[in-house]
Write a protein that binds this ligand. Structure first.
Ligand SMILES: Cc1cc2nc3c(=O)[nH]c(=O)nc-3n(C[C@H](O)[C@H](O)[C@H](O)COP(=O)(O)OP(=O)(O)OC[C@H]3O[C@@H](n4cnc5c(N)ncnc54)[C@H](O)[C@@H]3O)c2cc1C
Ligand SMILES: *[C@@H]1O[C@H](CO)[C@@H](O)[C@H](O)[C@H]1NC(C)=O
Ligand SMILES: *[C@@H]1O[C@H](CO)[C@@H](O)[C@H](O)[C@H]1NC(C)=O
Ligand SMILES: *[C@@H]1O[C@H](CO)[C@@H](O)[C@H](O)[C@H]1NC(C)=O
Length: 435
């Protein structure tokens, strides 16, 4: 039952997935697209994509995602909308001499996956030791103790919130309507009973009491998805990572600029100084943190207010400094500023969920979720997935269907995911850093 292009479509969430979808539908000629966003501005500070920068790389241990991410990278390289926000500085994927076997093994698998894929021919530089790493990142003045891995030049980073801003502006030009703040924060989805056990979604009510009706409603609420769509709870867990920054002077920033995005798999990742703000963004990778509360039926959900998320745990501070001492010791003890927790929606196996919601009729309710912390790079093509879903009337790819949780522990949280260095722990059992 393909959607008529004049019928109302409602998108909940102006984050990475929601903006991409609004843009795609508008370019396809949909004339009645509205987006609801709970922040009072777009790009939204609640979005996992609201950051200086995000890694854009296409290597995955699972070749399915390598192919998908390669399609996305082609768009980052060539699309007039996305290309201005992409920096193809390369991706340095390494481990330290202290990496545990599970991390050594992950690096080995990543390396093998790109070495054996012809798409990366001519882009790979093996970096067997610290000296080889210094050849591709001369700015690294630290000892790089035991560091080894490889550089992939078919990768880099996006200036993330700038890209979101550009897509937002384009959406507005194309006639997409945005409601923000209390007028954009969805309190509940609205349904109409139909024959049998099913119901039809007819839109949503926002905090200001206004009802937004739609033929098709698309939930793209990131880590907050279970607040809007509680039925997805068992297959999603909101998980966060701590992000912080170091402020450099313009001349320090100039001196350091040009190194590849660097992931030290057993500690964390960091980016070259941002050309506009002269800040280095850095993130301890760990297994991430959940926020499981009884009031949400044992589900992990993110913060209610921005202020509650403006810190990073003590462990993140320690690991961030440990990483900096190894690579850029002269700035390792500087203040870690603009600290915040960044939330994503994790599935048990990191597969996305791009599907209609079972039990709702007439393709009236779809969900784009389960980004599992690797969704930003997909921004140029997420809208294609949503448009395909609407025109096909079903999700043809089994791995992106709505599913019951396959891998979960007794608390319903996803269990350890292979590409993460350590298991997830709850924020309640993690001390905050002393300021
Ligand atoms: C520390 C960190 C580093 C990351 N690094 C990378 C990376 O290097 N590369 C990469 O590809 N990905 C990365 N990611 C993942 C990426 O940010 C996410 O996959 C992506 O942002 C998910 O997009 P989304 O649209 O599903 O959710 P979001 O972008 O979080 O958007 C959800 C939106 O829904 C809105 N919303 C929520 N509830 C409501 C409501 N009730 N009513 C209205 N609006 C609502 C929110 O305000 C938000 O704007 C990283 C994530 C984190 C946390
Ligand atoms: C990566 O693969 C190449 C080619 O097979 C190999 O020479 C190199 O040693 C590997 N490096 C790592 C860190 O596994
Ligand atoms: C944890 O979840 C509760 C809701 O159950 C929320 O009010 C709170 O802000 C969350 N804490 C953080 C740090 O996100
Ligand atoms: C929903 O779908 C059913 C079956 O296809 C159809 O009979 C009905 O008219 C549809 N309702 C709406 C409001 O589109």
């Amino acid at each position: 039952m393909p959607l008529n292009k004049s019928e109302p479509v409602l998108i909940i969430g102006a984050g990475t997935f929601g903006l991409s979808t609004a843009h795609k539908l508008a370019t396809l000629g949909h004339t009645n697209v509205a987006v609801l966003e709970k922040d009072d501005r777009v790009p939204s500070r609640f979005s996992g994509g609201f950051d200086l920068n995000k890694i854009i790389r296409s290597e995955y241990i699972d070749p399915f995602y390598t192919d998908v991410a390669l399609q996305a990278i082609r768009q980052w390289q060539t699309s007039p909308l996305y290309q201005p926000h992409f920096r193809q500085v390369g991706f340095l994927n390494v481990i330290t001499g202290e990496a545990p076997p599970v991390v050594q093994n992950a690096l080995f698998k990543y390396n093998k996956s790109v070495a054996e894929n012809p798409a990366f021919d001519g882009y790979l530089v093996p970096c067997q030791d610290a000296a080889a790493i210094r050849k591709v990142a001369s700015q690294f003045t630290g000892e790089l103790p035991g560091w080894k891995g490889y550089l992939n030049r078919l990768a880099g980073y996006a200036q993330a919130s700038n890209a979101m801003q550009a897509v937002y502006k384009e959406c507005v030009k194309l006639g997409v309507v945005f409601h923000v703040g209390l007028a954009g924060e969805v309190e509940e989805l609205l349904y109409e009973a139909t024959d049998g056990n099913d119901k039809m979604c007819i839109g949503a009510r926002t905090k200001d009491g206004v009802v937004h009706t739609a033929r098709t409603t698309i939930v793209a609420a990131g880590g907050f998805v279970a607040n809007v769509l509680p039925a997805i709870g068992p297959q999603i867990s909101a998980v966060c990572w701590g992000v912080s920054h170091i402020q450099l002077t313009p001349s320090e920033s100039e001196a350091l600029r040009g190194f590849p995005v660097t992931t030290v798999r057993d500690i964390g990742f960091f980016f070259e100084p941002d050309p506009a703000t002269h800040k280095i963004k850095i993130c301890y990778m760990g297994g991430g943190y959940t926020n499981v509360t009884a009031q949400k039926g044992g589900l992990s959900v993110p913060y209610a207010s921005l202020a509650e998320s403006e810190y990073i745990p003590e462990k993140d501070v320690k690991q961030t400094r440990r990483l900096l001492r190894q690579v850029l010791p002269h700035i390792a003890e500087r203040p870690l500023i603009d600290q915040h927790l960044c939330w994503v929606a994790d599935t048990g196996n990191s597969d996305f969920i791009i599907d209609f919601v079972p039990g709702t009729t007439n393709n009236s309710l779809a969900v784009l979720s389960g980004d599992s912390g690797h969704g930003f790079k997909m921004m140029p093509i997420v809208g294609d997935w949503a448009a395909d879903l609407l025109s096909n009337g079903e999700q043809k790819l089994p791995r992106w269907r709505w599913r019951e949780p396959k891998v979960a522990d007794k608390d319903g949280r996803p269990t350890h995911i292979a590409w993460r260095a350590t298991a997830t722990i709850d924020l309640s059992s993690t001390p905050r850093a002393k300021l």
